[in-house]
Design a protein around this ligand. Structure first.
Ligand code: FAD
Length: 654
């Protein structure tokens, strides 16, 4: 049994507690449980595909059997559970740090399948189709994507025809394009939440979600169901993805998840939502919490990559002044310039995700459904895109910054890269997510302007809007390039200009020039995605700044302030060409931003060791010998954990 190292047993610092947030207790319980469990002792890259999948399943079942996990799953069925989303995200993060496949499989079974049942089912259906999952009697999968329709899920063609004489639905795959693809847990799971066109008396009522048995607990397939193993992928080898084909599969009428539409015994359809399009949007909203979970999964990967790269950079030495010791590689300007902005972004993501989770928890506690909260859906979509891209860039830099050692499987970064690469694609392709953000921003803008013309064009997205995306902000007094206020104003300015110019372009194209909407939108797509990123950048900086203000421990606040300035400076630096184009920066202030970025990165490079330690990731999850975690299989990779430098670097006058 793996023992907790002295590092793991140390008391959490105030900073670590602040980063963990309100869900620290359940996170600590899970860290402890994982550190004590032999199943998580070694990495799994040497295993065959089948062994990887079996190990992932064993790990998942082990975790789901823990009493506090069982209780948490049961709470998913209760209405108005305070802090449920925040806790779920804490759980997701810790499990993903231990093993990404286990975290993703948990996401499929509890987040996607469980989310479909709990958000789309009646109270009785939740008991019937989800309670047994918390008792590990069976597991589920989520089958939305088809060969022919991935991002455009509205176009799915799997059929669910109602047969009045037997009171059954007949689930059928009418063509190759209708085959359900990439479905996680397809080779092991028992039930699928299947999205299909509901057809009654030959008329389609649009996509609905049905519980379809796939195989029983002994592996015997349900009549008419075929699964095909998709086998090898770039990563996530422990997750069994497969194809589902339905040949006139008969399921009882009660298996239609009925919150947004049900069929009476005599074949009468009823729904609380009249329009087919709004109905489908409401069903898609069931994905919102799991999508936020993906942001946390990406953060887990980033944090691990950063712990490994920052520690190694403080241990490894290369080059140096003549006749002196070689310097630690973190001292090379390019090394801290590559790593520190990612560390700042990881911190920004912690606070922004917590903010989104808080909004979601509040909404659920007040009995609001997520379906009608488009602003929250847009925030989550934007965070999903930003965090998963940021993760890919971060892990690549971590890999390069750890040289040849970073390429070795024992040092964890290669598998993190392969496992998390797909995060940019699944649960909503990032390009599509950015468009969700902008539709909401334009709705808000149109509302503000009182202009119903553009609103009409995007009416599918506008039925109900709240203002929670427009976070207000507190003032900081002085306004110089080196001040947070300057940076906040800069990112807000950019978002506002992009928003106004996009609305005007679309208005001209569609209203004045009568261009077809899809074509007009597509001609502006680069503008659309740029606006979405500008928006999410602004939100992350604001949330980071608020988290600085709310931090009551002086030293911790000072530390966060430096990283917050760094995050803002890095955001403005990335877009300096745009700011110069729009005369927001002069050549002179643009140069100041560059110097500021370099100086901030230098000043936090030693603090970085404390920050990554305070991510509070147990050694059994870090695994990498170059990060000071001994591994008898790879003694050649071991670098002792670096000591904190005696004093942290002051920030020189900018
Ligand atoms: C490992 C893995 C696990 C998965 N698990 C599940 C699961 O359990 N259940 C499930 O239902 N699905 C699952 N999926 C499917 C996943 O959700 C889809 O792959 C995803 O939605 C993208 O669809 P697609 O692959 O058809 O890509 P496409 O939609 O064909 O996209 C391909 C490219 O076209 C671009 N594109 C498409 N539309 C637009 C647009 N409107 N504007 C701009 N660019 C666009 C995209 O940006 C992308 O670059 C999984 C996929 C993978 C790889």
């Amino acid at each position: 049994m793996m023992l907790l190292s002295s590092m793991d047993r140390r008391q959490s610092s105030s900073f670590a507690r602040y980063l963990d947030g309100e869900s620290w207790e359940i996170k600590d319980a899970l860290r402890d449980a994982i550190a004590k469990c032999e199943l998580f002792e070694s990495s799994s890259y040497e295993l065959t595909l089948d062994q990887s999948r079996d190990l992932t399943a064993e790990r998942l079942y082990h975790l789901l059997r823990l009493p506090f996990m069982k209780e948490h799953l049961r709470n998913q069925l209760k209405e108005k559970q305070k802090g449920f989303i925040n806790k779920s995200l804490g759980i997701t993060e810790i499990i993903c740090s231990a093993d990404m496949s286990t975290g993703v499989k948990l996401g499929v079974v509890c987040g996607l399948y469980g989310g479909a049942v709990s958000n789309l089912g009646s109270p009785e259906q939740k008991i019937k189709w989800y309670l047994p999952v918390s008792e590990l009697e069976f597991t589920g999968m989520f089958a939305m994507t088809e060969r022919g329709h991935g991002s455009n899920v509205r176009g799915i063609i799997t059929e669910a025809r109602y047969n009045q004489s037997t009171q059954e639905f007949i689930i059928h795959t009418p063509s190759e394009d209708a085959q359900k693809m990439y479905i996680g847990n397809a080779m092991k799971g028992n039930y699928a939440a299947v999205f299909a066109q509901l057809i009654i008396n030959g008329e389609s009522q649009g996509p609905h979600c049905f519980i379809v048995p796939i195989r029983d607990q002994n592996g015997v397939m349900w009549p008419g169901v075929t699964t095909i193993d998709m086998k090898h992928k770039e990563g996530l080898h422990g997750v069994d993805n497969g194809i589902l084909i339905f040949n006139n599969v008969r399921i009882p009428r009660e298996n239609l998840l009925g919150k947004f539409g049900s069929v009476s015994a005599d074949g009468l359809y009823s729904s609380p939502v009249l329009s087919k399009s709004s109905r489908f949007n409401a069903m898609l909203a069931a994905l919102t919490p799991t999508r936020l979970g993906l942001t946390v999964q990406a953060m887990a990967a980033m944090k691990l990559g950063l712990v490994i790269a920052v520690r190694y950079s403080h241990s490894r030495r290369q080059f140096g002044p003549k006749d002196q010791d070689e310097v630690k590689i973190i001292e090379h300007q390019t090394q801290y310039l590559r790593l520190m902005p990612h560390l700042a972004a990881a911190l920004a993501l912690i606070f922004t995700t917590r903010y989104a989770a808080g909004l979601m928890d509040d909404a659920l506690c007040q009995g609001q459904d997520l379906q009608s909260n488009r602003a929250l859906q847009a925030l989550v979509a934007g965070l999903k895109a930003y965090s998963t891209w940021e993760n890919v860039a971060c892990l690549q830099d971590c890999r390069e910054c750890t040289g040849g050692m970073g390429f070795m499987m024992e040092n964890r970064i290669p598998s993190l890269k392969c496992d998390s690469d797909v995060f940019v694609t699944f649960e909503g392709d990032n390009m599509v997510m950015l468009q969700v953000v902008v539709r909401e921003l334009l709705t808000q803008y149109t509302k503000l302007m009182g202009n119903n013309l553009v609103m009409g064009l995007i009416r599918n997205w506008t039925s109900s809007v709240s203002d929670s995306l427009r976070t207000s902000f507190l003032g900081f007094s002085v306004d110089k390039v080196g001040d947070l206020m300057f940076l906040l104003k800069a990112v807000s300015f950019r978002e506002r200009v992009l928003q106004r110019s996009l609305a005007s372009r679309l208005y001209t194209k569609v209203e004045k020039n009568k261009e077809e909407f899809f074509m007009a939108w597509n001609a502006c797509l680069h503008h659309v995605t740029t606006l979405a990123m500008a928006h999410i950048h602004r939100v992350t900086l604001e949330q980071f700044a608020l988290a600085v203000r709310e931090c009551h421990i002086k030293e911790d606040r000072a530390l966060l302030t430096k990283f917050c300035l760094l995050h803002g400076t890095s955001l403005v630096y990335q877009e300096r060409a745009w700011y110069l184009e729009h005369n927001y920066l002069t050549p002179n202030t643009s140069q100041q931003i560059r110097s500021q970025l370099l100086e901030l990165c230098r000043s936090v490079k030693d603090d970085a060791l404390k920050v990554v330690d305070d991510f509070n990731i147990p050694s059994c999850c870090i695994q990498a010998p170059i990060a000071g975690v001994a591994n008898p299989r790879a003694e050649w990779a071991f670098y002792p954990q670096p000591q904190y430098p005696s004093s942290t670097q002051p920030l020189s006058k900018l």
